[in-house]
Design a protein around this ligand. Structure first.
Ligand code: MSP
Length: 669
């Protein structure tokens, strides 16, 4: 048996705050890490933040702060959320840390030394949102991954000879079938590689927020090469210290990279190719999970459909969220989140099933046996019902363990809960409260056996599900008088270990039932987060602003009202590039933009907030009426108007743009 287990989460971009989509990955990894530790395996669990690249640079510009200030702030938010949720990471890597930069540059040098890097020039499209080079599409094309507009990049770059690795990669996928799981993702990757691999640009020279290429600081290293290498730099790759380097020897290759399904290509094609080129061992396995959906689409900030973990922690606690995500989502597939379903699961499975089992078993031991685990009758005197629970518990240990090992969390929990249901039924059928009323010896012996059986089953289920709901199970464990659950080792788990006469701890409810207002309270907390704080009265009273005056889509163009070319030429239309964009407090339709006209930066307030997220606009080239008189909207001066088509009855704005690249400031006529 392999006695070490190194597992990683993706490192999260810090352009936006964490939501429960990110939380999902870290919870799954935490469950795996906790279970490995309980199995007695030496475990190392790495998470962290991905802090370089154009996306981050622009997000910082949009907030008017330095990239370093932004990454410090958001990285700390991720970290404190993980702490609050009880995520037991062993290390948290930030790609702006010195240890990472050093190791990353070392990897770059190694790739250079081995002859897999050359200088060339890249001319093509780039998706800033995905930080992805998009091949084979022209200027103005949308990104095939996310649908956002790509930008044209034309610059001298360093290239990685990805094309040299197609055969080796295909060989890897065939010979190591567990390299990519689940099967659907494996098939996608195989067909992507069979479609042919082109060399990959691995540096950028038109912005600064990244790790400099060794000996050529005009270039910064492509953010995905930078980010992927965190998995080795965090454990000491490229460190000058012998101790750190031996750490790398100890942990690498990684046992499991856990990722979301949208970043499979980076992990299953680029990453192993970089490692092959560097002559380093390859990951043992990569597992891609599905997406957490909210209101039917992938939860993400740009869609505005996020739920924050803090809201759930405030109202129901971390275990509620952990249990829900693992029980409700079939691992590997997409799953939906809703507050109603969360509260329902919490009440039925945690408060009712497990909570009741724990509290009635423990309360009865306290009351009828003076807080000491009673002695059950000798085997011969036990009933088939007693034995059935013992057998079911033994089977549950085997089945749940196998399901956890296959990452079938939902089924593992379902199996554990069948034991809980069976014990609850057993208690009801054996009516220990009635046995306690009778004072004869045989009733007393039955009572002892029923409570012993219930408590032992409770102990077993508590140990099995501890990795998923660590807080509440730790409390049940100590109420059972067993001390610190983290010291318990799962391979020892079997029926009959609950010490006779063990003094149980103080009995307290572990899951207070969520009342009717829980859903409302969570929804309100989320609403408050989405709506900016109320603004001062003076601006709140300003008239509501419409999207630019629009002609309904179906209106025929008027004939009698033609204008002369001179009239048209009075309107100065220019190409502008959005530098910063942000929502206007208290006005849900408005965005405040700063646009570059080539030598001049202007503020424009536009009624497009319902159709565009601020980050989506940064870097985008738009058309503005540049010589419009300034006007004030919600107290902000707007110096120009942007052009957009107005679509449908609601006049949804769609920004005007160009299919070819155009210089900023160019006039339209
Ligand atoms: N920085 C890159 C990853 C680099 S790894 C070397 C990145 N970051 S991210 O912030 O966009 O996070 C992506 C990961 O967050 C996903 O792969 C997934 O693990 C998690 N999720 C983010 N939103 C999610 C959902 N709505 N549902 C499930 N997981 C989600 O990509």
């Amino acid at each position: 048996m392999d006695r070490k287990f190194y597992l990683t989460t993706p490192i999260y971009y810090v352009n936006a705050r964490p939501h429960i989509g990110h939380t999902y990955t870290n919870i799954v990894c935490d469950v795996i890490a906790r279970r490995q530790r309980m199995l007695g395996v030496d475990t190392w669990f790495l998470t962290g933040t991905d802090e370089h690249g154009l996306k981050i640079e622009r997000a910082a510009a949009a907030r008017g702060i330095t990239p370093q200030a932004l990454v410090n702030e958001v990285s700390a938010e991720f970290r404190s959320l993980w702490d609050r949720m009880g995520i037991t990471y062993d290390d948290f890597i930030r790609t702006t840390e010195e240890r990472h930069k050093r190791g990353m540059q070392e990897l770059f040098r190694l790739l250079q030394k081995n002859g897999y890097i050359y200088k060339g020039s890249y001319s093509g499209q780039y998706c800033v949102f995905d930080e992805l080079y998009v091949d084979a599409v022209g200027p103005g094309a949308p990104c095939p991954e996310c649908g956002r507009l790509t930008e044209t990049v034309s610059e001298e770059n360093y290239f990685f000879k990805l094309s040299a690795f197609a055969d080796q990669l295909l060989h890897l996928y065939t010979n190591q079938p567990d390299f990519i799981r689940p099967e659907t993702r494996r098939n996608e990757v195989i067909s992507f590689v069979r479609g042919g691999l082109r060399d990959l640009s691995i540096s950028r020279s038109t912005f600064k927020w990244g790790i400099p290429v060794p000996d050529d600081p005009q270039h910064v290293i492509y953010v995905w090469l930078d980010a992927l290498s965190n998995y080795i730099t965090a454990i000491g790759f490229g460190s000058p210290e012998a101790g750190e380097r031996s750490n790398f020897e100890k942990w690498w290759p990684v046992d499991l990279h856990m990722i979301g399904k949208e970043i499979v290509r980076f992990h299953c094609v680029y990453w192993p190719a970089f490692l092959m080129a560097a002559g380093l061992p390859l990951p043992k396995s990569i597992m891609a999970h599905g997406w957490l959906l909210f209101e039917e689409s992938k939860m993400s900030k740009s869609r505005g459909n996020i739920v924050r973990a803090e809201t759930i922690l405030d109202v129901l606690g971390a275990d509620a969220l952990r249990y829900f995500l693992l029980r409700e989502i079939v691992f590997g597939q997409d799953g939906s989140f809703s507050f109603d379903a969360l509260v329902q699961r919490f009440n039925s499975d945690l408060a009712n099933d497990l909570g009741n089992l724990a509290s009635r078993t423990l309360t009865m031991i306290a009351r009828y046996f003076d807080q000491q685990v009673p002695y059950p009758s000798a085997a011969a005197a036990r009933t088939p019902a007693d034995n059935a629970i013992a057998e079911l518990a033994a089977r549950t240990i085997r089945e749940t363990s196998a399901l956890f090992d296959q990452y079938q969390f939902s089924r593992a929990l379902e199996t554990a809960w069948s034991l809980i249901a069976a014990v609850n039924k057993y208690i009801v059928e054996n009516e220990p409260w009635n046995l306690a009323e009778k004072n004869d010896e045989s009733s007393r012996a039955r009572l002892a056996t029923v409570l012993y059986t219930s408590a032992e089953a409770l102990r077993i289920v508590t140990a099995l599900v501890h990795p998923v709901i660590p807080d509440s199970t730790a409390r049940i464990w100590s109420q059972l008088g067993l001390g610190d659950i983290r010291k318990f080792r799962l391979p020892e788990l079997k029926w009959g270990q609950l010490g006779l006469g063990t003094r149980i701890g103080k009995v307290e409810p572990v899951f207070p039932r969520a009342d009717k207002t829980a859903v409302e309270r969570m929804q309100q907390l989320e609403e408050q987060e989405r709506k900016p704080a109320a603004e001062p009265l003076a601006t709140a009273l300003a008239p509501a602003v419409e999207v630019q005056p629009s002609i309904p889509a179906a209106t025929p163009v008027l004939d009698g009202n033609r204008i002369k070319i001179d009239d048209f030429m009075k309107v100065e239309l220019r190409v502008a590039q959005v530098r910063t964009a942000e929502k206007v407090k208290g006005a849900d339709k408005l965005l405040r933009l700063e646009v570059d006209l080539g030598g001049e930066v202007r503020q424009i307030v536009a009624g497009i907030a319902k159709a565009y997220e601020p980050e989506q606009l940064i870097g985008r080239k738009i058309v503005i009426v540049a010589n419009l008189e300034p006007r004030k909207l919600r107290g902000l001066e707007s110096n120009g108007m942007l052009l957009a088509a107005s679509i449908g009855e609601e006049g949804r704005p769609v920004l005007a743009g160009f299919l070819e690249d155009v210089p900023v400031g160019a006039r339209l006529k």
